[in-house]
Design a protein. Structure first.
Length: 291
C-alpha cells in the first residue's frame, strides 16, 4: 500500500469530505452506489423471456458456466444481483454486509488496497463457482457480490474475532462464532443438490480472505486498476521564506517517516512501536500541510 492509502493520511467519511469529485466519497459508498445503479438499470431493461424474471443487463453481466468465453463476466457478475421480481433481498443483504463490515476493513487497508482486494475477491469467487460446476458437469449462472462481501466479512472477523455482533439486532455473538456459523451453513448447502445459492463462491471468498491475511498479501502491483479512482486535487500553498530554517528538521522527519512506512509494508502496522506511531502521526500532519 502506498502512503496515500494509509489511515494516517486519510480524511474521508462515508459520504463526503473536503476532497473533490468522487474522491470525496468513501470507496464503500461508491461500490454500493454502483451495485444499486446496475440493479436499477437492469430493472428497466427488457426481460430476456416472459415470466422468468431475468432482464438483459443481468443476462449480459452474469457469469454463465456454459459461456466461459465471456471473460468480462468473471468480474461483472459481482456487480449485478437478482431482479426485484425474483429476490429483492439479494442486493439488500449483500450491500448491508458491505456497508457494515466494509467500512472498518477499508479503514484498515486503505481506499485503493480495499478496492483491489474486493475486485480480486470477486474474480476468485467467480472462478471457484465456474470451475466447480464445469468440472462436475453442472450448469447455470451466478450473479451477486456475496463472494466478495463474504471475503470482506471474514477478513473483518480474522482481525477482530472477539468483536461483539448482534444477529438481527437482538442476539449478541462474538464475530468468530458468526464466521463459523456462516461457513458451516455453506458447507451444509454443499450437500444439497437442490440449493440455488452459490456456496462455492462464498467458501472461495472466505478462503481468499484467510490466505490474503495469512500470507500478508497486498496488491500494489495492481495499482493501475485503481487509476480510475480520482485522487484529491493538490492545493497551491504560499511560499514562506521563514520555513527554510526548518528544512533540515523536515528532511529528518521525512526520512524517518519513509523508514516507518517501509517497515509497515514489510511487517504490518502491528510491528510499530509507540514512538514510531507518534513519529508517523507527525509525518502525516506535515504531508497534509503541504497539500
Amino acid at each position: 500500500m502506498g502512503f496515500e492509502d494509509r489511515q494516517y493520511t486519510r480524511d474521508e467519511s462515508m459520504f463526503g469530505s473536503n476532497k473533490t469529485g468522487l474522491a470525496q466519497f468513501s470507496i464503500i459508498a461508491i461500490l454500493i452506489a454502483i451495485n444499486f445503479i446496475v440493479w436499477i438499470v437492469d430493472m428497466f431493461s427488457p426481460a430476456v423471456a416472459e415470466g422468468v424474471g431475468i432482464h438483459w443487463v443481468n443476462y449480459i453481466l452474469s457469469l454463465d458456466v456454459e459461456k466461459p468465453w465471456r471473460v468480462w463476466t468473471f468480474l461483472t457478475y459481482g456487480f449485478t444481483h437478482a431482479s426485484i421480481e425474483t429476490n429483492v433481498f439479494h442486493i439488500i443483504f449483500n450491500m448491508f454486509v458491505l456497508y457494515m463490515f466494509g467500512r472498518p476493513v477499508a479503514e484498515r487497508l486503505g481506499r485503493y488496497e480495499f478496492l483491489r482486494f474486493y475486485l480480486v475477491a470477486i474474480v476468485v469467487s467467480g472462478l471457484a463457482y465456474f470451475l466447480w460446476n464445469f468440472l462436475s458437469g453442472g450448469r447455470g449462472s451466478v450473479v451477486g457480490a456475496s463472494g466478495a462481501t463474504t471475503a470482506v466479512l471474514i477478513l473483518f472477523i480474522l482481525w477482530y474475532p472477539h468483536q461483539k455482533l448482534f444477529l438481527m439486532g437482538i442476539i449478541e455473538v462474538p464475530a468468530w462464532l458468526l464466521g463459523i456459523g456462516l461457513i458451516g451453513y455453506d458447507l451444509i448447502r454443499a450437500f444439497n443438490p437442490a440449493s440455488d445459492v452459490a456456496w462455492q463462491a462464498h467458501i472461495a471468498g472466505a478462503a481468499f480472505a484467510y490466505v490474503y491475511l495469512h500470507f500478508k498479501w497486498d496488491f500494489r502491483w495492481m495499482g493501475s486498476l485503481s487509476g480510475w479512482m480520482p485522487k484529491p486535487k493538490s492545493k497551491f500553498g504560499v511560499y514562506d521564506p521563514d520555513a527554510d530554517a526548518d528544512s533540515e528538521k523536515v528532511d529528518r522527519l521525512s526520512e524517518e517517516g519513509d523508514r516507518i512506512l517501509a517497515k509497515i509494508s514489510e511487517q504490518g502496522e502491528d510491528s510499530l512501536t509507540r514512538k514510531e506511531r507518534k513519529t508517523l502521526e507527525r509525518y502525516s500532519k506535515s504531508i497534509r500541510k503541504r497539500k
